[in-house]
Design a protein. Structure first.
Lengths: 562, 701, 99
């Protein structure tokens, strides 16, 4: 059994959703019950399988790849079928496998218009395969294929089940990301031709093997080429993240997407980009990463402030949450840009936390829209009166999103601020300290827009009004409730279905906030390894040297290989 | 770790000894109790018969008992050569360069704080069962009181800066949700919002300060290590100064210091017991506590010893004057108390700024009792006066509610600094601690902060004056409100008396050094037990010996404040009576009544200037400039957000994207004209191009 | 005879073919013109094959003839279908692919 798990565990996890999706396609549309049960069952099975793998996962060796599969795939171009997970991928895999069944539960008997559970579920399952595949792939072409597989189901999900402006939004999403992917593919090909696999112990020169590439195969590439290759990846991943100024697809896509689409988009899809940075761009091209880090840092802090200001200007609840993603992903990118262990670990934590919190906020936005038939914040209000439980959940999530300590969001923010005080030695300290101050200002703005949103949506009464009390007099001694607004009985409080879909997320937001070690412990060794520069068996610490001696260090690697 | 920190302690004459005790070792139980109560109330509260108040009462009662027990064990542990704190540490998470541990730190400061927090919290719980009886969110109210108590206790027992951040933010959230308790009214949720946002502004400083200290101390959050390193010169002065300034922003926002105090008066929108607990006795002193806890950093960063001015003392002094003058301009009793709180917090910060650490904590200790008493008293008054807090609609309540009146009066006198009530002792120690002696003839102190002693004395007079006005308007004269005022119930009156009792006697725990009327072993008990001795994490601070001159002078100042106000109020009534008299008589009468217009000079000109233009000016400054900046910043942010979103984001950034698409589409539009669908057109084009290419090849090759 | 004459004949034939393809309206005439073009190529192939004493020229010509036969077959079938559907074979009216 264990041998079987080691050999086929990952492949089964990745492809079970796809296969179920294909089976569902063959079932007639009329058998809706069967389709629903099958989809839910398979997504739960995938979750169970992922948990099983986690149990088998050797936490003490979180930095090494486990459950590795390595067989021939497309021999003509030297691409191999390599999969494996380490501490970086594990939390994101669990996040993905958790979010998908919750999304299915949330939409149970409750399909977005036009109701078509069969195609909807098929798309979700294909999407799951794409997402999981991206996190486990260890070969650039395999990675690229999965990365692209994600695009199409999401395109259809927005294009078919979206809102008014869905065509525009879906096309924009598709073209934007495709544009980035094209440049990314060019970078991958350039790596293939320029890298020297023999330096990393392979018997071939040209390789797509990510393990070899991050283990010294790229050492001999000229600095200028490295910079260009990194630029290509930067665009490819950056669009997905999204980094300012490539973010404009995000608010449109989120606003138009159906609830479940927004949730998956926010919770997992955005992480594909940041994961790409941590998994591919930085370990493979550390020299270029250090050269690009200031740029990433600048764009990240612009994103933090810009996203927050964007939020303040929004009238639509969903659009506000979408813009807040820009700000939060700015924190993640800032953490990555510091090129330190603390920063990147925090960034990975930030990805998970953002996935949970923003996913949850989109669920809530969907439920609010369902009840009030609008997301215009000037028309919302009084949620706490009409549906108190849901109002408290909104308040809880807003607090989590603004980075309240004790909840998950904090551990993605504070350590990033900490790390930018003292970035990797190769980077300019004063520059990153400036970033730190700007990012800290961003936390205030975050509190501003989230509390403002909370005040608009949850407090007061519907229509943005509030109770008119005689000025100066505050007859609030609990004596009379006569002046208080009556709850709108047409609005239902959180339903059982919603509780089932939300409870795991809420528990995790609190749990990870109180005990962040759950994630840190797995991620940290893997992060440390991803920042190590190994050539063959020799370890270099170029990132921890001052800029001038770092140049010498990188040159030494180049000469050694050349 | 413990060995290295305290190594230096052994060089002193008598080795400091390690405090021990079950309650001290297991202090982590303390915040856990109300935390459990929070969850119990949240999930089960509505089903209970008491609707959620009993778990809160029970756990805060237990917490109080626990605190007292811990206090007794601590008192038993304090040695002459100094006492090492009890440190409990649990590794929460540890990785390369990032050592995250939570833990507890029990020293004198902790003991004082847990006692204040659990006592006031318990009394407020008792009081609230009556005060918010029948409220629609009774259960949530008690849940958040429990959460607040837990967070505050967590804050004061924490041994790491990161744990302090966690608790710091949690108390902020509790404050937010309790201020906006009646969120149906937008102004209440607006006040909550303002409080939270102002605090977040300060939190920038907290996050940055903690980050700086983390790296400066070589990758640790431990307050003991940071303090020890700062004091031993292990961290450069510049770094400490920057860190201290950053942290000062957090202190200013949380403890209502100039210029970030504007949220505190608005926070009075919350229920009155909450104002007493959170916005008077405990949460707002978190900033003072932060300075006291990281005193090594501030002491070295601002070079407090041997100086005559520094930012910390200056901010404190400015705040204390600002708060006191503003208290005059208020008609809402809670707002008077709120400005008074700001003023007193300024006193504490000023005390820390001049190096009078013990005096600051002592004042924090006494202030908690009389200010909580005043707030709870104002709640009782408002209950009686039909729910209003407007003093113009009160008056003459003395006869109707004797218990409330007596306790309120005691607390007011304590606040005003009338001997021998608690406020007198703590305030005078601060004044003595400034070392700005001049004519008063005392000795000691860490520097010569003359400006601070002057500001402190002015505030003493102002405090006495505005409290007199407040008591007079509320309890004396005729009743101006509606309905029939009545004394509140037992559950309100008993807490008032407990607090009033403490406000009377609390001052005796720290009689000044060299106080001749009592044996020497009775003096400076508080300093002896509370101030850390013989340890490396706390600076060696000089204690001042107060003089009789200063004490008497400050009593005179306070007395002058009270009597001038009384005279002013009396004269106003006589002016009203005088209107019926003849012109000639009134001239002579005037001269007599006005005591040759000396009164007029004192009260009419000086007091009026202070009360009128000055207070109004400060009020206007507060409302227009400071609040204006806050509002303008908010509005500008929104406007900038709008501009960026509408102009840059939608037009330029998005425009570029759309332009590419449009260009492609237009190009396609042009090119499609070529595609006629007729084979012969295609053929013609093909052959024509072939000919052109052939010609080109022939010509050029 | 020199190769020039063959090339000239072939060029004339090619030009006639091109003219027919581009100008004639009847699909059948266009097809026949295409045949002319192909055969002009054939003449060239055979002529140059003989000149260089290389059998490949003739082989290629035979190959072209075969392909041309097939092409005519397919072409006439298309013309027939167009005629059935439209009742004429005027290629100017066959412009469904207009962009």
């Amino acid at each position: 059994m264990n041998q079987f798990l080691d050999d086929f565990g990952l492949s089964i996890m990745v492809f079970v959703p796809l296969i179920t999706g294909l089976i569902i396609m063959l079932i007639p549309r009329a058998k809706e019950e069967l389709i629903k049960q099958l989809a839910l069952g398979s997504s739960l099975a995938t979750l169970g399988w992922a948990i099983l793998l986690t149990v088998r996962f050797d936490i003490d060796n979180a930095s090494t790849l486990q459950f590795v599969v390595d067989t021939d795939w497309i021999t003509a171009i030297g691409s191999r079928y390599i999969m494996g997970i380490d501490g970086l991928a594990l939390p994101l895999i669990l996040l993905t496998t958790l979010i998908v069944p919750l999304c299915i539960i949330y939409s149970f008997n409750h399909w977005p218009e036009p109701a078509n559970p069969k195609s909807f579920l098929t798309l979700i399952l294909i999407l799951e395969t794409g997402m999981l595949g991206t996190f486990v792939a260890q070969d650039l072409i395999l990675f690229f294929v999965f990365f692209e597989v994600v695009l199409l189901p999401m395109y259809f999900m927005i294009g078919v089940w979206g809102g008014q402006n869905r065509r525009y939004a879906s096309l924009k999403f598709f073209l934007y990301t495709l544009f980035g992917s094209a440049l990314m593919l060019i970078s991958f090909l350039a790596l293939y031709f320029l890298a020297d696999g023999t330096a990393a112990g392979l018997d071939v020169v040209n390789t797509f093997d990510m393990r070899a590439l991050s283990d010294g195969a790229t050492g001999a590439i000229a600095r200028t080429s490295q910079l260009w290759i990194f630029a290509g990846m930067f665009l490819g991943f950056g669009v997905k993240v999204p980094i300012f100024p490539f973010h404009t697809w995000l608010p449109d896509a989120h606003t138009e997407a159906p609830t479940v689409g927004s949730v998956i988009l926010a919770a997992v899809l955005l992480k594909l980009g940041t994961y790409g940075f941590v998994r591919i761009a930085i370990p493979i091209l550390p020299e270029a990463a250090s050269a690009w880090a200031p740029v990433i840092g600048v764009l990240a802090v612009i994103g933090i402030i810009y996203g927050a200001l964007g939020c303040l200007a929004q009238k639509d609840l969903k659009r506000l949450i979408a813009f807040s993603s820009v700000a939060h992903m700015g924190f993640v990118m800032l953490g990555i840009a510091t090129l330190t262990n603390i920063g990147i670990t925090a960034a990975v934590f930030g990805m998970v936390a953002h996935g949970l919190i923003t996913g949850m906020l989109f669920f809530l936005a969907g439920s609010i829209k369902e009840r009030y038939h609008t997301l215009d914040m000037s028309k919302l209000g009084g949620l706490l009166t009409d549906a108190p439980r849901m109002g408290w959940v909104v308040a809880f999530c807003a607090m989590a999103s603004l980075g309240l300590p004790g909840l998950a969001g904090f551990w993605g923010e504070f350590p990033v601020i900490l790390a930018s005080y003292s970035p990797a030695a190769i980077l300019s300290e004063s520059m990153f300290r400036t970033f730190m101050v700007i990012a800290a200002v961003g936390t205030v703005l975050a509190a501003g827009y989230l509390l403002w949103m909370l005040q608009k949506a949850a407090f007061g009464t519907a229509g943005g009004g509030s109770v008119d009390l005689t000025p100066g007099a505050t007859p609030h001694n609990g004596d009379g409730d006569d002046h208080l607004p009556k709850a709108n009985t047409a609005i239902k409080d959180t339903t059982k279905r919603e509780w089932i879909a939300w409870a795991p997320l809420l528990v995790l937001i609190l749990g990870l906030g109180v005990y962040p070690r759950l994630v840190h412990e797995v991620v940290e060794p893997a992060t440390e390894k991803s920042l190590e520069i190994n050539v063959g068996n020799i370890k270099y610490d170029c990132l921890e040297l001052s800029p001038s001696s770092a140049t010498d260090c990188f040159n030494e690697i180049r000469n050694r290989n050349g | 770790m413990t060995a290295t920190i305290f190594a230096a302690a052994e060089t002193s004459t008598e080795a400091a000894h390690q405090a021990t005790g079950w309650f001290l070792d297991n202090i982590w139980i303390l915040p856990l109790m109300p935390a459990l109560s929070f969850f119990a109330i949240l999930f089960l509260g509505k089903k209970m018969r008491c609707r959620g108040s009993d778990p809160g009462l029970l756990t805060t009662g237990l917490a109080l008992a626990f605190s007292i027990a811990a206090g007794i064990q601590w008192l038993g542990s304090v040695g002459e050569g100094g006492t090492l704190p009890v440190v409990g540490e649990w590794k929460w998470y540890s990785a390369a360069g990032f050592d995250l541990s939570v833990g507890t730190l029990v020293d004198g400061l902790t003991i004082a704080m847990i006692f204040v927090v659990s006592l006031v919290s318990f009394l407020v719980h008792v009081y609230s069962t009556d005060y918010v009886k029948g409220d629609r969110r009774y259960t949530h109210y008690f849940a958040f009181l429990s959460l607040f108590t837990a967070s505050m206790l967590l804050l004061v027992i924490s041994n790491s800066t990161i744990q302090m951040i966690v608790a710091w933010e949690l108390v902020g959230v509790c404050s937010f949700s309790l201020i906006s308790h009646w969120w149906e009214d937008k102004s209440n949720s607006g006040a909550g919002l303002k409080a939270m946002l102002t605090n977040r502004v300060g939190d920038i400083g907290l996050l940055i300060g903690v980050a700086i200290l983390f790296f400066a101390a070589g990758g640790t959050f431990s307050v003991l290590e940071i303090n020890s390193l700062a004091l031993s010169g292990g961290i450069s002065h510049l770094v400490l100064l920057v860190a201290a300034c950053a942290l000062l922003a957090a202190v200013a926002s949380k403890s209502g210091q100039f210029p970030l105090y504007t949220w505190l008066p608005d926070a009075m929108a919350g229920p009155t017991p909450v104002s007493a607990l959170i916005h008077a006795a405990t949460m707002v002193v978190a900033g003072v506590f932060l300075v006291a806890r990281l005193y090594g950093v501030f002491f070295e960063g601002f070079a407090i010893a041997g100086s005559s001015i520094n930012l910390l003392a200056l901010i404190g002094a400015a705040t204390t004057i600002f708060g006191a003058t503003l208290a005059f301009a208020q008609t809402d009793i809670k707002r008077v108390l709120a400005y008074s709180t700001i003023s007193q917090l300024g006193y504490m910060v000023m005390a820390l700024g001049v190096g009078a650490w013990t005096a600051a904590i002592f004042h924090l200790f006494t202030h908690a009792f009389f200010k909580a008493c005043l707030f709870l008293g104002s709640g009782s008054v408002s209950h009686a006066a039909g729910g209003t807090f407007d003093m113009r609609k009160m008056g003459g309540l003395k006869q109707h509610m004797p218990h409330t009146y007596k306790t309120f009066l005691i607390a007011s006198l304590a606040l005003a600094g009338v001997a021998p009530l608690a406020g007198f002792w703590s305030k005078d120690e601060i004044l003595a601690g400034t070392g700005g002696w001049g004519i008063f003839g005392g000795t000691g102190g860490n520097g010569a902060y003359t400006l601070m002693i002057v500001m402190g004395l002015i505030t003493t007079a102002l405090t006495a004056a505005y409290m007199t006005r407040c008591v007079y308007m509320t309890f004396h004269g005729d009743y101006r409100g509606e309905g029939h005022p009545h004394e509140s119930g037992k559950r309100i009156v008993v807490p008032l008396w407990v607090l009033a009792g403490l406000a009377t006697v609390a001052g005796l725990v720290n009689l000044p050094k060299g106080f001749q009327l009592v044996p020497k072993s009775w003096t400076e008990r508080f300093g002896h037990f509370i101030e850390p001795h013989g340890v490396t994490y706390f600076p060696k601070i000089e204690h001042a010996t107060p003089s009789w001159t200063l004490g008497i002078f400050s009593i005179i100042v306070a007395g002058a404040g009270i009597s001038l106000t009384v005279l002013y109020i009396k004269r106003k009534q006589q002016i009203a009576e005088r209107t019926s008299q003849s012109k000639l008589a009134s001239v002579g009468y005037n001269i007599l009544v006005n005591k040759y217009y000396l009164d007029h000079l004192y009260s009419g000109i000086i007091t009026k200037t202070v009360r009128g233009p000055l207070a109004a000016g400060v009020n206007r400054f507060d409302k227009t400039v400071i609040d204006g900046v806050v509002n303008a910043a908010g509005k500008t942010s929104v406007a900038a957000g709008n501009i960026i979103y509408n102009q840059i984001d939608q037009k330029i950034v998005d425009g570029l994207v759309n332009a590419t698409a449009i260009q492609t589409e237009e190009a396609g539009e042009e090119l499609r004209k070529i595609q006629t669908g007729k084979v012969q057109h295609y053929g013609s084009i093909m052959f024509a191009s072939a000919i052109v290419f052939t010609l080109l090849i022939i010509i050029f090759i | 005879m020199t190769v020039t004459q063959f090339v000239i004949a072939s060029a004339v034939l090619f030009s006639i073919g091109v003219y027919g393809v581009l100008v004639r309206r009847s699909a059948v005439m266009v097809l026949m013109s295409v045949e002319l073009i192909l055969n002009s190529v054939n003449i060239n192939l055979v002529a140059f094959g003989a000149l260089h004493d290389n059998i490949a020229g003739e082989v290629f010509a035979l190959f072209v003839i075969t392909v041309a036969a097939a092409e005519v077959g397919v072409g006439l079938a298309l013309v027939l279908l167009i005629f059935r559907n439209r009742k004429n074979i005027n290629i100017h009216e066959v412009d469904l692919m207009k962009g």
